[in-house]
Each structure stands twice: as C-alpha cells, then as structure tokens.
Ligand binder design. Structure first.
Ligand SMILES: Nc1ncnc2c1ncn2[C@@H]1O[C@H](COP(=O)(O)OP(=O)(O)O)[C@@H](O)[C@H]1O
Ligand SMILES: [Mg+2]
Length: 270
C-alpha cells in the first residue's frame, strides 16, 4: 500500500502523522518505508537522518531521472535504514529546490510512480511525506499513491482550503491516477476541552466529510519526540497519542475504511 500525506497548509502534522503511522506499521512487523519529498526534510530528521552530506535520497533519485544515470541504480540504493527495526526512509534535502523546475520542464511527473511501484515489491507499506504546497513533488506523490490522507489542524479558517484541496485531489485523480482514493481526514492537535477545535470538526462532519477516527490529541510529547528523533510510537509506546496512532492505523486497514474511501468518490466531485 502506498499512501501520501498531503495538505497545502504547513504545520498541520503531515510529517508527524506520516512517520508515526509508518512506525506503527513497523512495530507490527511490516516493512515500512517513508519517502520524504519536503525540502525541509522534517521526516528525515524525525527518523534520525539530519544534515548528512554525500548521501542519496529523493533529490538524487529525481536527479538520476534527468541525467539518465537511473539505470545505474537499483531502487533500494536510495533507501536508508533507521535506528528502528522494519522502518526505512528515502531522505529529502534542499537540493530538491534547485531540481524542481528542471523536473517539471522535462515532464518527469510519472517517475516517482515508477520508482515506488518497484519499491513496493520490497516494502509492505510506503508513506510519502509532502511539502505544504501543490508543486511538482506533491503532484508526483498524488500520482504515485493509492491512498491519500489529509491532516487537519482544527483551524476553523482551514475549512474552505480543505474543500479546495479535495477538488485539487479529485482533478489529479481524473487526469493522472484513476485508482487514487482519498482515505480521509486526520484530525490533529484535537482538544476536547477547547471550544474551537470541536466547532471546526463539527463543521466538517456537517458537510459529511470523511473524518477518520480517532482524533489525534495535542501534547508537548510530540515536539519532544521530534527533538529526540524518535517517533512517539517508539519513544513512548504507551502514551495516549501512540495508542491513537495505533488505532488510526488499525482503522485505515479495515474493509469499512475501504468502503468509506470509495464513497468519497462522489463527494469529492463537488
Ligand atoms: N498532535 C500534536 N501535538 C502537539 N504538537 C504537534 C502535534 N502534531 C504536530 N505537532 C507539532 O507541530 C509542528 C508541525 O508538525 P509537522 O508534523 O511538522 O507538520 P507539517 O509536516 O504539516 O508541517 C511540529 O513542531 C510538531 O512537533
Ligand atoms: Mg512536514
């Protein structure tokens, strides 16, 4: 299964959700791979790979598609181990910035899809972290994935942006990736005590948007886990949020989730 975690808004929890869901998969014995497409490389650092030079990652993969050295590599050459069993990463770097216009002008938009299809012979689950913008890399991710998760940060002003985003994803589906399913919206940094998050989520529920369960709470432990370069699921496996990630992961992989994702097809046609 190949999933992209995408929202054009920054700071909504894309990297956090991407790495922790991959971590849950890894703890359950699945060979899990994170693909970091964000030049800020937060997922790479969250998984313990920070600021290293002379390493291959997503930028080098894309570069190889331009200079035709792709044939010199096996897909697994771009993958790096992490300190965690069963969890692997293709790291991002700032070189992605310089490459973007070249890749777009040379129509390399399907290359990630080819790459991940090969890697899915080796890895059970692939989670793609995306930049907070609809650009070459996020479009590549939406074309390469089977499912898309949309993190939502309980900001009432994000509602319109969310509808716009659903339309964008629908367009990518129609134009490039017929099999793409929007799996649902992951509510992040939810606080049952505060009024606004509840109202923001109620709005979405009223619109019959596919809100996934459970909601992910807010905790300083998430920030601490980023600082420690250990997904919370590994750092504090018994923490409430680790349990929420485990439950979310479980809910994604049920037949009911499949039905819900399919029913969205009509909805996102708005
Ligand atoms: N559930 C949460 N509780 C507390 N802080 C969180 C939570 N989710 C994310 N954060 C923090 O919010 C910031 C943005 O999260 P991140 O996953 O990097 O978002 P994005 O990838 O969408 O930019 C990070 O500093 C992270 O530690
Ligand atoms: Mg991020």
């Amino acid at each position: 299964m190949i999933r992209a975690i995408f929202n054009r808004k920054g700071g909504v929890g894309k990297s956090t959700i991407c790495c922790n869901l991959a971590a849950v998969a890894a703890t359950q014995g699945k060979k899990a791979l994170v693909i970091d497409l964000d030049q800020q490389s937060n997922s790479s650092s969250y998984l313990g790979h920070d600021g290293e030079d002379n390493v291959v990652g997503t930028a080098e993969f894309f570069d190889s598609t331009i200079n035709f050295s792709y044939a010199d590599f096996q897909p697994d050459d771009f993958v790096r181990k992490t300190a965690f069993e069963n969890l692997f990463v293709v790291t991002a770097s700032r070189s992605l910035i310089d490459l973007e216009s070249k890749l777009a002008s040379r129509h390399k938009i399907y290359k990630l899809r080819e790459f991940l299809q090969k890697l899915s012979d080796i890895y059970d689950e692939i989670y793609i972290d995306t930049p907070p913008v609809m650009n070459f890399y996020s479009l590549s991710a939406l074309i390469a994935c089977e499912r898309c998760l949309i993190p939502f940060d309980c900001d009432i002003f994000s509602r319109d942006a969310l509808f716009e985003l659903l339309k964008n994803i629908q367009e990518v589906k129609e134009d490039h990736n017929r099999d793409l399913l929007i799996e649902g919206i992951v509510i992040n940094q939810f606080s049952a005590q505060a009024r606004l998050p509840g109202e923001a989520v109620d709005e979405l529920l009223k619109e019959q948007l596919p809100i996934l369960q459970p909601y992910i709470s807010s905790s300083v432990k998430i920030r601490e886990s980023h600082r420690a370069a250990q997904p919370l699921v590994f750092m504090l496996p018994r923490h409430k949020i680790s349990q929420q990630f485990a439950d979310l992961y479980q809910n994604l992989n049920t037949p009911a989730a499949e039905v819900a994702a399919k029913s969205l097809e009509t909805l996102s046609a708005i």
